[in-house]
Design a protein around this ligand. Sequence first.
Ligand code: SAM
Length: 289
Amino acid sequence: MTRQSLRAALRTATEYLADSGVPSPAADAELLAAHVLNTTRTRLGLTPFLSEEQSVQFSAFVARRAKREPLQYITGIASMGEIDVAVGPGVFIPRPETELLLGWVLSYMQAHGLHTPRVVDLCSGSGALAFAIAHARPDAEVHAVERNPAALKWLEHNHVRRVRAGDPAVAIHAADVTEPQLLQDLSGTVDVIVANPPYVPLAAPVTAEVAEFEPADAVFSGVDGLGVIRPMVSVIARLLRQSGAAAIEHDDSNGAEVCGLLAASGSFTDVTQHADLAEKPRYVTAVRA
Ligand SMILES: C[S@@+](CC[C@H](N)C(=O)[O-])C[C@H]1O[C@@H](n2cnc3c(N)ncnc32)[C@H](O)[C@@H]1O
């Protein structure tokens, strides 16, 4: 076999992925080709041919994607803010909507003139949020909390990558965020808490990518999607200093419920609902009373 035309390879791959039910077949084919060619999607036009070896690799990647393996597990990379993190089987893939949480926490720290803030990322997974915060705010003392042993391996791996890239170290805690004694030493001293916990209600329909590949305990959280958020509220209240703030991402069906949990605890003021780019309720912020 000799070199293959990239356009022809992309056409075949797009049809195959579309037939397999992949939601964005053309974009995914291009992103996989860019990965094989070690370039970006927008620069694909500069490389009209795939070598024999690249062609074989591209076909293998497309076959995996056709089985609905998430694109990011194949490329091994996902992004958050200005950084990327390594991902693969065993860890949740950071989602674009969580960029909103990142944007909020960075703006909050800026607007309140926080210097050397103490920040806790609950349910850290790959560490995308924690590392993006540490990158944007090298003066921050960032703590990342994760329970799942497989996810913790990715968190440690990404920590090594980020520190090698020049970012400050983050404190990693292997712990359960619903544990009432969590991070006891930090009680009443934390400036900001971010949390993207598992929040999908058990019976909610999810894509094949999520159902068959991502860890269930990173996605689902009890019948109502509040299994982790409910007990986490009192932990957040204990950790925050007076006037410290928290942001919690949640299922779009649970905006009012999460606001209600924070308000009912009696520990927070300024409980505020925020929508995502699709105008759906996506995260709630609150200030420690
Ligand atoms: C939706 S993922 C979010 C990961 C990451 N923060 C992000 O935005 O990409 C939720 C993470 O919480 C972890 N997790 C679930 N229950 C937990 C608990 N009780 N204590 C600590 N971590 C938990 C899961 O293992 C998973 O990594």
